[in-house]
Design a binder for this molecule. Structure first.
Ligand code: 16G
Ligand code: ZN
Length: 531
């Protein structure tokens, strides 16, 4: 039953500020001091979700990813480690905006009735948080929310976002044929390390990787991970200062490197070295290097998708399996040159979906092996149950085929199937580069990115911008798309689109064209239309 007395008492501790909250693609995310009531109430929703799913374990991650240290956020995770089902996002938003205890209780009753939730069922939740100083207090608020419905929980303290997703999936699949691993950080390290060792066995080691951890949770957790990898990976960590919170994501991390197209603070690039950056909760990864002429070269999520797709296609072929099809999922932000490469050089099907991991993930499940990445470095590779069955029931009829089958199995283990994971993606890239003995420059030669520009435009009301066709076209405001098309036509290899941000109060303009000056002019002119 609902513990109405404790709801009333606890609710006093977490008064709602006058603010309109919305659960979006990144969950709730804002200045940490605004979050107490939202997080408390999210505890109630998490408990309801678990009861609705017959006591399955729901995950809760307290993080604001690549945002500054003063921000924080909360995301709920469904049993298999996926994003919360979208219809429940609206329930989170509704409860977060309730103006009184009575409204909260009414809303719970409405959910119980409409969704046929049996309140006598148990509720189970696992919790993780990143290194933000506000995290601890928010976890307490969340736990208070759980108490309203007598949910049981395990607080894992500091974790990366993908580790929390992994643990959630492990707990819910334990003892089934889909069992995913030991539900602890240690289980996660062991599983990934074992698979990685198979992939690099007998190959010459690469030069050390230099890894920027954005002064976030990736630093202590990757250090914890390294001993499990032993001498299979050599890696030098920079930007690991989690004791001074102001440094979190400050001029460092995957988002900074991708947006600024330059190396992070604390890292001096030299030719022929290999660099990578995590974001603040370690679910995004980008690589980069310095060219012989001193130019900074970015290897973003599109480049990782291309590398992964290329490798998987080859290895499936080498294993003598022809029944497995590979597909790639991108968003409108994917560089045009990457889409061309995938379609025309690798000959793989490519789908385009709206921004947000849940859309990519869902689309990727339609392929036997679905590679999905956002250009910003968030992504993973999904193996369908049928593909896994094939991979684990094939032995290969030659020694070479047997080796390829073994690699394919290890790939499916090293890649996090629950969610995009910077640790796991890093091992994937390192394994491929090691197998091929490639430098980042060789990897980069697959195709040349078109110059591109992303601009933010502050508008009065971003809700008037309505998109279709995976955000590549505007249908409202009327006439704007025609005006955009007319300008784009004048640019060689020109492409541009406009979409309202899901996480900030701005409209984003993306432009790409044949040269840097043309790209900048295109972005400027489209930005001028929107403003
Ligand atoms: C969220 C999304 C991320 C996307 C970003 C776009 C998830 C887990 N995260 O952070 O994938 O790239 O939003 O932000 O889905 P925007 O809508 O402000 O451009
Ligand atoms: Zn992140």
């Amino acid at each position: 039953a609902i513990n109405v007395e404790s709801l009333k008492v606890l609710s006093e501790k977490y008064p709602k500020p006058s603010y309109r909250f919305g659960y979006g693609t990144a969950g709730f995310r804002m200045k940490a001091e605004l979050l107490d009531s939202v997080v408390f109430r999210s505890g109630i929703v998490a408990a309801l979700r678990s009861k609705k799913l017959d006591g399955k374990v729901i995950g809760c991650m307290i993080t604001a990813s690549h945002n500054p240290a003063a921000d924080n956020g909360i995301k709920l995770v469904d049993p298999l480690g996926e994003m919360l089902e979208s219809s429940w996002e609206a329930h989170c938003t509704a409860i977060a905006n309730a103006e009184s205890n009575e409204e909260i209780i009414d809303y719970i009753h409405t959910m119980v009735n409409n969704l046929k939730i049996d309140l006598t069922k148990p509720a189970n939740v696992v919790i993780g948080r990143d290194t933000r100083p506000s995290g601890k207090g928010l976890v307490e608020a969340f736990i208070d929310g759980l108490k309203v419905l007598d949910a049981t929980y395990t607080d894992h303290g500091i974790l990366t976002t993908p580790q929390l997703h992994y643990i959630t999936r492990c707990l819910n699949t334990a003892g089934t044929p889909e069992a995913y691993g030991e539900p602890t950080a240690e289980g996660y390290y062991k599983k990934l390390a074992a698979a990685f060792k198979v992939l690099v066995e007998g190959k010459n080691k690469l030069s050390p990787l230099i890894l920027d951890c954005a002064n976030g949770v990736g630093a202590p957790k990757f250090k914890e991970f390294l001993p499990y990898l032993g001498d299979a990976l050599s890696c030098k960590i920079v930007n690991d200062d989690i004791d001074n919170p102001v440094n979190l994501n400050l001029n460092a991390g995957a988002d900074y490197v991708k947006v600024q197209q330059r190396a992070p603070v604390g890292l001096k690039t030299a030719p022929n070295e290999r660099y990578a950056s995590f974001d603040g909760d370690a679910d995004r990864l980008v690589y980069y290097y310095q060219d012989d002429d001193g130019t900074f070269r970015l290897l973003d999520g599109d480049k990782i998708a291309g590398l992964a797709a290329m490798f998987i296609i080859d290895i499936v072929k080498a294993a003598g399996i022809d029944s497995i099809s590979v597909g790639v999922v991108q968003t409108a932000y994917a560089n045009g040159a990457s889409t061309q490469y995938l379609r025309n050089t690798l000959n793989v099907p490519v789908s385009c979906v709206p921004t947000g991991v849940k859309y990519l993930h869902h689309e990727a499940t339609k392929y036997d092996v679905g590679v999905y990445f956002e250009a910003n470095g968030h992504g993973t590779v999904l193996f369908s149950p049928t593909a896994l069955k094939t991979i684990y029931s094939t032995e290969g009829s030659t020694p070479a085929q047997a080796v390829a089958v073994r690699s394919l199995r290890a790939l499916s283990e090293v890649i996090n199937q629950a969610v995009g994971d910077a640790f796991s993606d890093l091992l994937l890239v390192e394994a491929i580069l090691t197998q091929r003995q490639w430098t980042p420059k060789v990897w980069d030669q697959a195709y040349t990115d078109l110059p591109n520009r992303l601009v933010k435009v502050v508008v009065k009301d971003r809700s008037i911008f309505k998109t279709v066709d995976a955000e590549r076209k505007l249908v409202e405001p009327a006439g704007l798309q025609d005006a955009i098309d007319a300008i784009v036509l004048k640019f060689r290899d020109g492409r541009s689109f406009v979409r309202p941000s899901g996480t900030e109060d701005v409209v984003r303009v993306y432009a790409e064209a044949a040269t840097r000056p043309e790209t900048d002019e295109l972005a400027f002119r489209i930005g001028g239309l929107v403003f």
